[in-house]
Design a protein around this ligand. Structure first.
Ligand SMILES: Nc1ncnc2c1ncn2[C@H]1C[C@H](O)[C@@H](COP(=O)(O)OP(=O)(O)O)O1
Ligand SMILES: [Mg+2]
Length: 207
């Protein structure tokens, strides 16, 4: 471990444990269906699903001081500091590295710099699944999810902020990886199964 690393994981170094891991980025707007599709991928292909949002929400639920700071940011629909989320993802990946067939990184990168840092400190993705739904579709799904999710960010004003931030910060991520030829665009307007059949084709094109 390098100097200055007090936790078990040093964010400034690539981990040997992860160097042969298959990494898939799952990118799309809030409510596009990333989590839903990842669950189905796990069921069929046995990959490890790491949702940046779920990792953060777990930290918030723990009641830690860090969790309290994160909660304040997330309630506004803003992005949490890059190092915080990258460390959490890396820790979770290392914990599963010896048994995982591959990692679905859901909800990250949210901006191009997050992608660059991930590659420096963890590794390169072999596929980016771009879960593409119209703004009205995402809005409708989120409002419906908000009725039962208990998520503090599934409210009308926060949803609006998250959608705006998605178009401004995250869409450039797709263009960035398109240049490398690893983006598979998935039309996410249909039913869960219709969307999944496209997702499955993209995953199978990897093997
Ligand atoms: N293809 C689809 N058709 C209808 N509803 C869908 C859908 N995919 C997901 N949903 C529902 C499930 C959730 O209540 C909501 C948002 O899905 P999600 O998987 O939580 O999205 P994300 O993780 O991208 O924010 O929409
Ligand atoms: Mg999600």
């Amino acid at each position: 471990m390098g100097a200055g690393c007090s936790s078990g994981v040093c964010p400034s170094r690539k981990s040997d444990k992860l160097k042969n891991s298959k990494i898939i980025f799952v990118v799309g707007g809030p409510g596009s269906g990333k989590g839903t599709q990842c669950e189905k991928i796990v069921e069929r292909y046995g990959f490890t699903h790491l949702s940046s949002g779920d990792l953060l929400r777990a930290e918030v639920s723990s009641g830690s001081e860090r969790g309290k700071q994160l909660a304040a940011i997330m309630e506004k629909g803003e992005l949490v500091p890059l190092d915080t989320i990258l460390n959490m993802i890396k820790e979770a990946m290392i914990a599963k590295a010896s048994t995982s067939k591959g990692f679905l990184i859901d909800g990250y990168p949210r901006e191009v710099r997050q992608g660059e840092e991930f590659e420096k400190k963890i590794g390169a993705p072999c596929l980016l699944l771009y879960i593409d739904a119209k703004a009205e579709t995402m809005l409708m799904r989120l409002i419906k999810r908000g009725e039962t999710s208990g998520r503090s960010d599934d409210t009308a004003q926060t949803i609006k902020n998250r959608l705006e931030l998605y178009y401004k910060a995250t869409e450039p991520v797709i263009a960035y990886y398109q240049g490398r030829g690893i983006v598979r665009k998935i039309n996410a307007e249909g039913s869960v199964d219709e969307v999944f059949s496209q997702v499955a084709n993209a995953i199978e094109s990897l093997q």
